[in-house]
Design a protein. Structure first.
Lengths: 245, 190
């Protein structure tokens, strides 16, 4: 193994520009975090909505939501990225299609966030449904017996309980969002993986580059994990098994 | 193209089934692999393997090794959960009958654990099947890359992307439906 180590590479100037490699990586980190958070927001809203509707009494609505979940779960994320980026604009009305292709600001970023958001929302919907179904039927009956309407039962009784139950899987889903955002490099979002490839080709210091990027991903995942477990601790229901540990 | 990669990962599943997550090293390995994105792992292996062996390896082979290593981490987690789901009384019962560790493991625990975790294992395999599309990053020719090349050659990129998506969807959807019915069939009656 004859590898030329150079740990100072991060602070070196890039040829033909006033930037350092470190600033490349930081831009990458910025994009990674913003894509992740954006799609996480989309995913949470849509996921809760669809997950709830899947347990709704109306058969047709439930089936429609199941179809949505199956569709997004069974196509690889990367293929979905390409679909959103290359194929979907073609199906829009002509004027809008031209605008999306040529003038839309931060096109890659928006496409990636939307795609990742919808992809994750299908997975969250699945967890929300499982959470609601794991509640004893008595909760629902009690809510209805108190004179709540069905939406009220969901809002005040079922969802708050289900949310607490699914928090642990939501945590790992949140970490997954960070990991999955790396796929966005394929459509040209300047996020960490993209920068890593660029820096590796430019500097030919592959190991140092990837080490730094891996570390950054690790930190992201770790912060996400801590944050979620903080929420978990704060929203714990007193008297449950989890509260005693 | 895609077949080689999928076959390789199936092989990996069989080979790494008993990667013991009991030792510290294994735990660290699993945690590390699970906390960095697959794309990064693919890039890492593509870079590091030639450095260690001293000669370049093709993208396909590199992808195969990567998936073996990466999925080992996930599968071992599932195995662990499966083994832990078997109740402690079963272990004791095995010992009380005078079985050795390996006998009770092989005859009592693992058959039950396997039954418990088979659906998750298969689900993970489906996810893995989807993840193989990520070897795109190092330019290995899987279904997606092939579709893209075909699309460029005939100047019909849209149709080829949609085509790839449809194929993935049909395969994964059929598989996951099968897993669901299997799950119902083999569930242990409690």
């Amino acid at each position: 193994m004859n590898y030329h180590w150079n740990w100072g590479i991060y602070l070196e100037q890039i040829k033909g520009g006033g930037e350092t490699y470190l600033s490349w990586l930081m831009t990458g980190l910025g994009w990674t975090v913003s894509v992740s958070l954006c799609s996480w927001a989309i995913a949470l809203v849509l996921g809760f909505l669809i997950g709830t509707l899947r347990t709704a009494p109306s058969r047709r609505v439930a089936r429609l939501c199941t179809a949505y979940v199956e569709l997004f779960r069974n196509i690889p994320l990367l293929v979905q990225m390409f679909l959103w980026f290359f194929v979907v604009p073609e199906f829009l009305p002509h004027g809008l299609s031209m605008w999306v292709k040529q003038e839309m600001p931060a096109k890659e970023f928006l496409t990636a966030s939307a795609c990742l958001g919808l992809f994750t929302s299908a997975r969250i919907a699945e967890q929300v449904r499982a959470g609601i179904q794991s509640l004893p039927a008595g909760q629902r009956h009690a809510g209805l017996a108190m004179g709540f309407t069905l939406p009220q039962t969901y809002r005040y009784v079922l969802l708050p309980l289900a949310f607490r139950i699914i928090l642990p899987p939501l945590t790992s889903e949140f970490m997954n969002v960070f990991k999955n955002s790396s796929v966005a490099f394929a459509i040209g979002v300047l996020e960490l993986t993209f920068q890593a490839r660029q820096m590796q080709e430019d500097s030919e210091q592959g190991i140092e580059t990837y080490l730094a990027v891996t570390l950054l991903y690790f930190i992201c995942a770790f912060i996400a994990n801590r944050g979620m477990s903080w929420i978990e601790k704060r929203t714990r229901i007193p008297g449950c098994i989890a509260a005693e540990t | 193209m895609a077949g080689g990669i999928v076959f390789g990962t199936l092989l990996a599943m069989g080979r790494l089934a008993n990667l013991g997550p009991f030792s510290r090293v294994a735990t660290a390995y699993v945690n590390l692999m699970r906390s960095i994105p697959l794309v990064m792992v693919i890039l890492w292996f593509f870079l590091v393997i030639p450095l260690i062996t001293g000669r370049p390896v093709g993208a396909e082979r590199s992808a195969l090794i990567t998936f073996t290593a990466f999925e080992a981490a996930y599968y071992s987690e599932i195995m662990r959960a499966g083994i832990q789901s078997v109740s402690r009384g079963q272990v004791m019962a095995g010992q009380a009958l005078g079985m050795t560790y390996w006998q009770s493991m092989g005859l009592v625990i693992l058959p039950q654990a396997f039954r418990n975790m088979l659906p998750i294992l298969l689900t993970q395999t489906i996810i893995l099947f989807q993840d193989t599309s990520l070897v795109y990053a190092i330019g290995a020719k899987d279904l997606l890359k092939a579709a893209e090349i075909a699309g460029k050659n005939h100047n019909r990129p849209m149709e080829m992307y949609v085509f790839a998506a449809v194929i993935y969807f049909i395969l994964c959807f059929t598989l996951s439906t099968m897993v669901k019915s299997l799950q119902r069939k083999i569930a242990i009656v409690r």
